[in-house]
Design a protein around this ligand. Structure first.
Ligand code: TNX
Length: 538
């Protein structure tokens, strides 16, 4: 032991060593930790999910986050400061350090700097450059979204225990070197179904936290379906007083709805994490709950019975009735007014109770209404049947490798978000023993979720037509946040990597290794996940 001290161990290290020894860690482990330049459990720069575009490790250096470290943010930028505050809040519990957020720092003070100056490297709206030297970690970006993405990377570069909710006594070393990173696709989404079972604002916020760690930047909320209506609208109040009330949802046990102010609060919470909320009101099918509340939305004016089963494809708005269009325009207008993001999702799937000609009539009138209120229309891939979808986004949820209608719409300009149900649907069971979920599109183990390419998945829908990817989570069988997390993790990071990382980095063995090492972070954060046997968990 004297040898280590004599060879120049700095005093604080000695103190830490003694403290650790007193706290009961095996002395040998403590010695190793204090003496090594970079502890062996320091994550490599290449361990990040999603895989970064370019990584240049420098084994000759490393940064140690310590009690004197400050978080320095771009002077004059409130947005950069907000990203710094979030990061500080995330680092304080485990480190116990003060981590003040400042816009100036005295020379020689170890710092994590967040600067809005990409230094000549074009990284786009969401990209960043991260550099780790002995004296500082510097994240540079063109936009605040890029700074946030850089902080998501940094969290994974700190030792696993950074995710502990209570202080951990250890050294917080980050490996030296640099990362230059930017997303392959602009749209990386997750979807949550609040209609089949309602999920509370706090549960949705927790989901936002977790998905944004993997640089997912859109959360699509499925807000209405046959079993319930989950967003309050002033012009048609019975939608929620009746169809958001007790007895709604699958088996009648999924009641609840978002008030307008809860929705707006959620939008703001997500925006702080650079996640855009995409609201969906499904039409002209999946509308039984709306018709229970307002019988005038049926063709015969008779209210249908409330439904709490999981059948699909039996309800339709009355296409020939002007009341329908008054209703739809009110919904679009009110929703657009509380949604800062660019998209309004109109569903359009499984309209089996709507005649083909009626479907086209409906979409011809309704898709342009979204533009009237300043938004871009978005729908499930069935909307590609309508010529009015040329300026819309179509979300592919099929399982086939080709879809002529979609490929044809792409030639007219339709952009596509890829959610192939047999690979990206988080509500499919992992295998036949999975207690939750459905299996109509097959079982989806992690490798199946990972092994596909959004730009070659559907014939005629190549890279330029692909806006991005989305992992939908339908909630027929899901009631709690634990249920949601068990189905989303670890498949959501697989889809997130397909959306963010360059195709050239795609590699199952690499992903499986990085995922295995990530598992203990979920455990520390008390996030439920499926311990897939395809992965060797750390
Ligand atoms: C199909 S995917 C549906 C939903 C169900 C889901 C269950 C799509 C556009 N429609 O209504 O909830 O399957 O996996």
């Amino acid at each position: 032991m004297e040898t280590y001290v004599a060879s120049g161990m700095p005093k604080p290290a000695l103190t830490r060593l003694l403290a650790v020894a007193v706290l009961g860690l095996p002395l040998v482990a403590a010695l190793a930790q204090a003496s090594a330049r970079t502890p062996s459990d320091t994550p490599a720069l290449t361990s990040v999910i999603p895989a970064p575009m370019r990584v240049t490790p420098d084994s000759g250096t490393s940064f140690r986050l310590g009690p004197r470290t400050v978080i320095r943010t771009q002077p004059g930028s409130d947005a950069a400061r907000a990203v710094g505050e979030l990061l500080a809040e995330e680092l304080r519990p485990a480190t116990g350090y003060r981590l003040p957020v400042e816009s100036t720092a005295r020379r020689g003070t170890p710092s994590v700097s967040l600067l809005l100056d990409a230094g000549g490297t074009p990284v786009g709206a969401e990209g960043y450059q991260l550099t780790v030297t002995r004296s500082a970690i510097t994240i540079r970006a063109e936009q605040p979204a890029g700074l946030y993405a850089g902080t998501r990377t940094l969290l994974q570069l700190l030792p696993t225990e950074i995710d502990s909710p209570t202080p951990v006594r250890r050294s917080w070393v980050v490996a030296g070197g640099g990362i230059v990173d930017r997303p392959r696709f602009a749209y990386r989404g997750a979807m949550l179904d609040l209609a089949r079972h309602f999920h509370t604002p706090d549960e949705v916020k927790r989901y936002v936290d977790e998905i944004s760690r993997f640089k997912v930047n859109h959360l699509h909320l499925h807000l209405s379906d046959d079993q319930g209506w989950r967003i309050q609208l002033d012009s048609w109040p019975r939608l929620t007083t009746v169809s958001g009330g007790p007895g709604t949802g699958v088996d009648g046990v999924g009641p609840g709805f978002l008030t307008k102010s809860q929705y707006q609060d959620l939008v703001g919470y997500a925006a702080k994490r650079f996640v855009t909320i995409v609201p969906e009101i499904d039409m002209p099918g999946h509308v039984n709950a709306a018709q229970v509340a307002y019988p005038e939305l049926t063709c015969d004016g008779v209210a249908p019975p409330p439904r709490t089963d999981t059948a699909v494809g039996y309800s339709s708005l009355c296409i020939g009735s002007e009341t329908t269009y008054r209703f739809v325009e009110d919904v679009i207008r009110e929703l657009a007014a509380i949604t800062p993001g660019p998209y309004l999702h109109l569903g359009g799937d499984e309209a089996h109770a709507t005649a083909e000609a009626d479907y086209l009539t409906f979409m011809r009138r309704v898709l342009p209404l979204v533009a009237k209120y300043g938004k871009t229309a978005y729908g499930w891939n069935e909307i590609a049947k309508s010529p009015a979808s040329a300026t819309a986004i179509a979300q592919y949820w099929g399982t086939a490798p080709s879809n002529a209608t979609l490929a044809d719409a792409v030639t007219r300009g339709t952009k596509v978000v890829m959610s192939p149900a047999n690979q990206a649907y988080l509500d499919m069971k992992y295998d036949r023993n999975t207690p939750l979920g459905l299996s109509w599109a097959g079982y989806i183990e992690v490798r199946t979720a990972y092994n596909w390419d959004p730009a070659t998945r559907v014939a005629g829908v190549g890279e330029p037509a692909v806006l991005g990817v989305e992992a939908p989570l339908w909630s027929e069988t899901l009631r709690t946040l634990d249920d949601i997390e068990f189905m989303a993790f670890p498949r959501l990071p697989a889809i997130a990597e397909l959306g963010w990382s360059p195709a050239a980095t795609h590699n199952w063995e690499s992903f499986a290794t990085r995922l295995g090492a990530y598992g203990p972070r979920w455990t520390l954060r008390a996030v439920n996940f499926y311990p897939s046997p395809q992965i060797v968990w750390g």
